[in-house]
Design a protein. Structure first.
Length: 436
């Protein structure tokens, strides 16, 4: 009831080329936004005038207008301010250049621009990806969104890399693109360092499958690809980036906010790759380690339960709808669980002809037990360890919510009803406490 009292309505008048930024920090809070007059967009998705949009705890939002508008915010007073200093014109120019390349590709029946977005942590890489994808799809393009950032798991759960065909703008409230048939590869951890070899293999495979699929979709092929990357840009992180650039055969690299990285890429990339340095937005909010962890948990929870966005969200596709996962017991003996990567041995201890890095791609059988509690298991499309498991994408994920050592069973939380498909399960480092 106290909260009711503090609830208030604020009205903001925005001039052209300015944005209203707001953050919701307190727990269990909702802010409702409405455009009263004019036109506005959130990270490239247009807002409908007179329609209420709800945002909850953790939201960090910018409402941008090219022509001026009036916006109302309803809820407890949060951090909110108007900024006239935004890099949106630079981002719009980038979009215009990509659009020219798409037109050329369309005329010549070729491939549209493959654009990779790089930069340190918290510079707005995911946001710029979202803006460029939204602008493309608003021009009736069908770009592919590739997310290589295993820390966030924007396309599936954290610990994965994936790709989707973008057919409509991102949802305003959930922020994501709707996800029919995502292509997902499991890395199984949020730390690239845990297995650089695997990371490079998955990146190459993802690039290969995306290119294959584009061959049979002319419209998507001419629209090109937007590749979002992680903020690890030094040392091995930089090597992963250049490997990804090569694997995806990028045409354009957009470097956010870092001249040093820009210069390194100019030095190391082939001449035909255009490297562009872009400013970051002053609105991008730095996120703490604990906030990132919370967001990861939220992503996994949404994967199983949906984000409960109500009927409107449900109408926008699977993501955002309230989902009803299944929970059931399975016998240990009915499961084939593996882990990728055996403990590292020095080259001198390896059998003749094998290198230590071969160990990193080895499938190791996992004996079910308490070691699996709360872990995510990737449901592979591979049905036996003899198949090329690492190069197979995954059907989805289940979570082990309980282990019964007497009955030798696992309780599984699964988006699909029983039985589990008769395929391999790959144990991930990612854990999720199901306290729904
Ligand atoms: P990382 O790679 O470190 O995960 P990133 O560089 O991809 O991060 P984003 O996720 O795009 O960064 O942005 C960080 C946060 O800042 C997000 O919560 C996003 O919503 C917010 N944000 C981005 N641009 C703005 C803006 N102009 N005003 C307010 N908030 C913003």
């Amino acid at each position: 009831m106290g909260e009711e009292k503090e609830s208030e309505i604020q009205e903001f008048k925005l001039e052209k080329d300015s944005e209203l930024r707001f953050e919701i920090e307190n727990n269990n809070e909702t802010v409702v936004l409405e455009v009263k007059a004019g036109m506005a967009e959130i990270f490239g998705t247009e807002l409908v005038k007179g329609k209420p949009y709800s945002f909850t705890t953790g939201a960090k939002v910018a409402v941008f207008t090219y022509h001026g508008c009036t916006i109302e915010l309803k809820g407890r007073k949060n951090i909110s301010y108007i900024s006239k200093e935004t890099p949106m014109m630079s981002y719009l120019n980038c979009h215009a250049c990509l659009e020219k390349l798409r037109q050329k590709a369309e005329q010549e029946g070729g491939r549209g621009p493959v654009t990779m977005i790089v930069g340190p942590a918290d510079v707005g890489k995911s946001t710029v990806s979202r803006i460029l994808l939204n602008y493309a799809v608003r021009m009736r393009r069908r770009p592919v969104y590739v997310d290589l950032d295993i820390g966030q798991g924007a396309i599936s759960v954290p610990g994965t890399m994936g790709a989707i065909l973008v057919e409509r703008p991102a949802s305003i409230e959930e922020g994501g693109f709707s996800q029919q048939a995502p292509l997902v590869f499991n890395f199984g951890s949020v730390k690239y360092q845990s297995n650089l070899t695997l990371c490079n293999i998955i990146t190459s495979r993802l690039a290969e499958v995306v290119q294959e699929r584009l061959q049979s979709n002319k419209k998507a092929n001419a629209s090109g690809i937007i590749v979002n990357t992680a903020g690890w840009i030094k040392g091995d992180g930089y090597k992963l980036l250049t490997h990804a650039a090569q694997a995806f055969e990028v045409d354009v690299v957009l470097v956010l906010d870092q001249e040093r990285l820009y210069n390194e890429l100019v030095r190391d990339m082939p001449n035909f790759v255009r490297i562009v340095l872009l400013p970051k937005s002053g609105g991008v909010v730095e996120r703490s380690v604990s906030y990132r962890q919370e967001m990861r948990d939220k992503r996994v929870r949404e994967y199983f339960y949906g984000s409960g966005g109500g009927a409107a969200a449900a109408a926008q596709g699977v993501r955002g709808a309230s989902l009803h996962p299944h929970s059931f017991d399975v016998k240990w003996s009915d499961l084939k669980i593996y882990k990728i990567g055996a403990p590292a041995l020095p080259d001198s201890c390896m059998p003749l002809g094998m290198k230590a890095e071969d160990n990193m791609t080895k499938l190791v059988a996992v004996q079910p037990g308490l070691n699996l509690l709360h872990h995510l298991l990737a449901v592979s499309f591979a049905s036996s360890a003899e198949e090329d498991v690492i190069n197979s994408n995954v059907a989805g994920f289940v979570c082990v919510t309980a282990v019964d050592t007497d009955r030798q069973t696992l309780t599984i939380l699964s988006p699909q009803p029983r039985p589990l498909p008769d395929t391999l399960l790959i144990m991930c480092d990612i854990q999720f406490m199901d306290n729904h």
